[in-house]
Design a protein around this ligand. Structure first.
Ligand SMILES: [Zn+2]
Ligand SMILES: [Zn+2]
Length: 244
């Protein structure tokens, strides 16, 4: 979802510039020679910790946290979603990359992960893609919702429709300003379902966000979606380690 003409103009300008300018890594400013990427150089890309490439490949069966079996959170807390799929860890280079994408408007960075996303979700059966909404204040300040960009990319890859079915009220403080315990409680009651959701009743949903930390936002959105949808998978670009 893109709010204003200025954001659309910036999107178009960056698209055109990316065609004619030398490609420069958004994380280290060095030139990019790999034709398959446009935002991140090979060295920085190699420092991102992809969850599928973690050496012992042990991740929580529910929420993609590196862990053997079910992690502590999934053992003790009921996560409402069926399963979370995430690409890389939200630390070091993965964290820097998300910050460029989320706070500095580097929309195109996600295109460098197209093949990884295709491979990650190839076995997931979903009919529609639903982005986690931003609250009104963030949306007005930034002019865009990062989850929507990721959802649209997934729509393009798998030819599924992106639909905004959730509403977020502004009353809740940002998750970024809270302790881990507060983050778990904060999203409760923050979301509601649009009336138009009824049109898609019983479809299988892929709920999309940029980062999963405590998974409480995804779990709460899923609780709301469960009113009309039986199957809710989740996808995030990044998964925060349990200590964040
Ligand atoms: Zn770099
Ligand atoms: Zn877990």
């Amino acid at each position: 979802m893109i709010r204003s003409a200025s954001v659309i103009l910036r999107y178009i300008r960056e698209s055109i510039l990316s065609l004619f300018s030398p490609k420069v890594c958004i994380l280290c400013d060095s030139l990019i020679f790999d034709q398959s990427r446009s935002s991140v150089c090979s060295l920085c890309y190699s420092k991102i910790i992809f969850i599928d490439e973690i050496s012992d490949r042990k991740i929580c069966e529910k929420c993609s946290l590196p862990y053997d079996g079910f992690c502590v959170d999934c053992s003790e807390t009921k996560m409402n979603f069926d399963k979370l799929f995430s690409l890389f860890l939200y630390e070091d280079f993965g964290q820097k990359l998300i910050q460029e994408f989320k706070f500095k408007g580097k929309f195109f960075v996600i295109n460098d992960f197209k093949d990884k996303i295709r491979s990650k979700l190839s076995s997931v059966d979903f009919d529609i893609v639903v982005p986690v909404p931003s609250d009104t204040k963030k949306f007005v300040n930034r002019g865009y919702n990062t989850s929507y960009f990721i959802a649209k990319l997934i729509s393009d890859i798998f030819r599924r429709k992106t639909v905004n079915l959730l509403l977020k009220r502004q009353i809740k403080p940002s998750q970024l300003d809270l302790t881990r315990e507060e983050r778990i409680e904060n999203p409760k009651g923050a979301f509601s379902l649009k009336k138009s959701a009824l049109i898609y009743k019983h479809k299988s949903v892929l709920l999309v966000d940029d980062v999963a930390t405590t998974c409480s936002t995804l779990s709460e959105c899923t609780r709301v979606l469960r009113e009309h949808f039986d199957c809710v998978w989740c996808f995030t670009l990044a998964r925060a380690p349990s200590y964040l």
